[in-house]
Ligand binder design. Sequence first.
Ligand code: IPD
Ligand code: CA
Ligand code: CA
Ligand code: CA
Length: 260
Amino acid sequence: MWNEIDQHMQHWIREAGERIRDAFQTKLKIETKSSPSDLVTNVDREIEQFFIERIRRTYPTHHVLGEEGFGDQLEALDGTVWIIDPIDGTMNFVHQQRHFAISVGVFHDGVGMLGYIYDVAFDELYYAQKGKGAFLNGTPLPPLEKTSLDRAIISLNATWVTENRRIDPHVLAPLVKKARGTRSYGSAALEMAYIASGKLDAYITLRLSPWDIAGGMVIVEEVGGVVTNLYGEPLNMIEKSSVFVSKPGLHEEILAMIKR
Ligand code: IPD
Ligand code: CA
Ligand code: CA
Ligand code: CA
């Protein structure tokens, strides 16, 4: 069953990518949601509807959780649930036309079975099937090796080391100092794909939704990476949460530094 779903999804996600690249030739309709920095476009909505139409036609018993609200209202992850972020990194999509991704996770009774992150501008598809390995455009991704903070590039948004509502900036500052380097890409999905493929070593953020991380979780775990909340606890994929993704070894080292 998962192989068959994967075959469909490999086609659908590349077709969706094509549609997004075509949209660069059109004028985007850009709106704001909860704040001036929370953007949404007609393309975010159209791509979510594109996936939902295909999923419902092919798998009428499956459920869909999507950022733009065209899916189902779900309170639990029973059965097969597609968790969809049609464009992760909408601000990058609007301002830069790169560094954004389609992110999809397919969960069964709460367990991540398939994960996809498609970097549309670079035409790079990261994907994984639970127990079958993770791939980038068909090439297997090797298992992640342990590393330490002084050799690590960690990804985090500068917000979390300034005054903010979610965390004392002094908690993460020592980590930023000790790390080899820090980066911020503005797409949680790509940041997870970069960990899975060894370009980054850890990613920390204080508030994400299930659709930001569902695809990445399956891919990262498949290569031996660790995905928890900031305090090392398992994520509840139906709620917003802090997120801490890391290579093995480094996960323990960072957790010891930020213990509450
Ligand atoms: C956002 C991106 C961003 C993260 C935000 C997310 P969106 O997703 O993943 O990197 O910092 O919290 O909301 O809204 O562009 O799909
Ligand atoms: Ca959004
Ligand atoms: Ca997102
Ligand atoms: Ca989005």
